[in-house]
Ligand binder design. Structure first.
Ligand SMILES: *[C@@H]1O[C@H](CO)[C@@H](O)[C@H](O)[C@H]1NC(C)=O
Ligand SMILES: *[C@@H]1O[C@H](CO)[C@@H](O)[C@H](O)[C@H]1NC(C)=O
Ligand SMILES: *[C@@H]1O[C@H](CO)[C@@H](O)[C@H](O)[C@H]1NC(C)=O
Ligand SMILES: *[C@@H]1O[C@H](CO)[C@@H](O)[C@H](O)[C@H]1NC(C)=O
Length: 469
């Protein structure tokens, strides 16, 4: 009699069987898992985290759109422009057109304390409306597809910084603020509160106690650059500015100018004697200055070793316009890293590192310029140096502090930003320049771009098809 074995599914047997199989193949399975893990690690290393662990892409602020019944620029202006309220009697169009004297205007403005700003920011929608962060609802497609990253460095006057930030703020860009640690924990806390209302504005994770002309100033930018590279916003260009500058171009104009640059950076450059060799041929270090009660950069005795890799030192500006590829390069390249490390012991490394990298011939630098550094001008920042440019106001460290009477001249400048403004000296200058830029923005005006097309540092010849805008 044949034994009839009934084939019946038994869960117990199945589990036992599976465990046995897994046990037998355990080495293969472990190896496969290990390979997968290493692969994941490399993918993340090369391409970045494919999903956001901590940060998600900033949620765009819900905009209060200018509606059809409201769409003329005059109405938009009346509803959206925010200047200093008690200066509203001033006719900025006249200020910008006719020669005037500064005596006509007050030099004081009702300041808003940073603590008051922090309190206001507990209600974000009303904060954004009151401070004008909702004022450009119709951002063009062209701007949206070309996000810009900004670094703003400051240590005081949050109300002035907000005035600046509002002028350059667009919900699709990204902004890294770096606040000098010396400004104290209360001020920094107030900055933190205010930017909770602006999802695409962040405070750098690492802040520096800034020493004038010291390495910390350079590091403040580097911290922001590193963080900006991990931002979900795929910005195309980066501009670094201090809190006392103000834009001379609209966001749309900047986008069109950067498209003309076509990957090139914009950085000032002087070499030879003009590069002030004493600053990098003699060792410098940070010392405590009893007189001012702060740290300063001072000369030590003895020569400083020459830069690594035979870099030819070129002096430029701390401020510039940098392509994304340049920033990636400067943050990852070994030789760039060595140059940055070397610059710890020189005076004002922020005025040497970007410029030296941008102008170097020892290797190919993204967006770099290998011609004569002095054969070109820089378009990032306009500075009215004493004895070079007329100034209707005072000079601080040989730099003009712009006033209302300087505006007709500023209006004609082709640079992206002007440096510098003091809210507690000539608030009318900020008030009227902001109005001018605002009017250009709401009407999507683009002023003549021919000058930028003729700049010697732009990258046109290689890829002419990319610059038909
Ligand atoms: C459009 O604007 C008018 C007048 O400013 C306002 O009363 C109305 O509620 C607005 N409509 C929408 C859809 O926002
Ligand atoms: C804003 O854009 C929308 C849609 O593109 C359009 O209908 C509206 O008229 C625009 N408003 C202004 C003020 O240009
Ligand atoms: C001044 O610099 C020294 C040395 O770098 C540092 O230890 C000290 O904390 C600094 N002091 C201030 C107030 O920044
Ligand atoms: C901006 O536009 C408004 C409304 O058209 C106008 O009243 C004002 O004078 C303009 N301001 C400037 C600086 O052009």
């Amino acid at each position: 009699m044949a034994v009839h074995i009934k084939r019946q599914f038994s869960l117990k047997l199945f589990v036992l069987y599976s465990v046995k199989k897994v046990y037998r193949w355990r080495h293969v399975i472990m190896s496969l898992l290990l390979v997968a893990l290493v692969l994941c690690f490399y993918i993340i290393l090369i391409f970045g985290v494919p999903f956001e662990i901590k940060k998600s892409a900033p949620k765009p602020i819900k905009m209060e759109f200018i509606n059809a019944s409201d769409s003329t620029s005059v109405k938009a202006f009346a509803n959206k422009w925010v200047g200093f309220p008690h200066l509203s009697y001033i006719n900025c169009q006249e200020v910008l057109t006719y020669p005037i004297t500064n005596e006509a205007f007050e030099k004081t403005v009702h300041r808003v304390a940073d603590s008051a700003l922090a309190t206001e920011s507990s209600d974000c929608p009303s904060f954004r409306t009151k401070h004008g962060f909702h004022r450009f609802p119709n951002i063009t497609e062209e701007e949206r597809e070309f996000p810009i990253a900004f670094i703003v460095l400051f240590h005081k006057d949050l109300d002035q910084v907000l005035f600046l930030l509002r002028a350059i703020y667009r919900p699709h860009n990204v902004y890294c603020l770096s606040v000098d640690l010396n400004s104290g924990p209360t001020f920094i806390q107030h900055v933190r509160s205010v930017i909770t209302c602006l999802p695409n504005v962040f405070l750098a994770k690492t802040l520096e106690p800034i020493v004038y002309a010291g390495f910390s100033r350079l590091m403040a930018d580097i911290h922001c650059m590193k963080e900006l590279l991990t931002s979900p916003v795929r910005w195309r260009y980066l501009v670094n500015i201090p809190g006392q500058q103000f834009p001379l171009r609209t966001n749309l104009e900047m986008v069109k100018i950067f498209k003309i640059y076509n990957g090139a950076n914009d950085q000032l450059g002087v070499s030879g004697k003009k590069s002030l060799p004493r600053r990098y041929k003699i060792k410098h270090h940070v010392v405590w200055d009893k007189k001012t009660g702060r740290n300063i950069t001072a000369e030590s005795v003895g020569r400083y070793p020459p830069p690594p890799h035979n870099f030819q030192i070129v002096k430029g500006s701390a401020y510039g316009t940098f392509s994304r590829a340049f920033v990636e390069f400067a943050m990852t390249d070994r030789r760039a890293h060595d140059l940055i490390e070397w610059s710890r012991g020189i005076e004002s490394p922020d005025e040497y590192v970007w410029s030296t990298l941008h102008h170097t011939k020892i290797m190919k630098v993204p967006g770099g310029f290998t011609g004569d550094p002095e054969s070109k001008r820089s378009m990032t920042t306009f500075v009215a140096w004493q004895r070079e440019v007329p100034c209707e106001s005072i000079h601080v460290r040989w730099i003009c502090i712009f006033s209302a009477a300087d505006l007709p001249m500023l209006k004609r400048r082709p640079e992206l930003f002007a440096n510098k403004f003091y809210i507690d000296l000539h608030p009318v200058a900020l008030h009227c320049l902001d109005q001018y830029i605002f009017n250009l923005t709401i009407t999507n005006q683009v002023r003549d771009l021919q000058l930028y097309r003729e700049l010697p540092f732009i990258l046109t010849k290689q890829r002419p098809t990319l610059m038909n805008t």
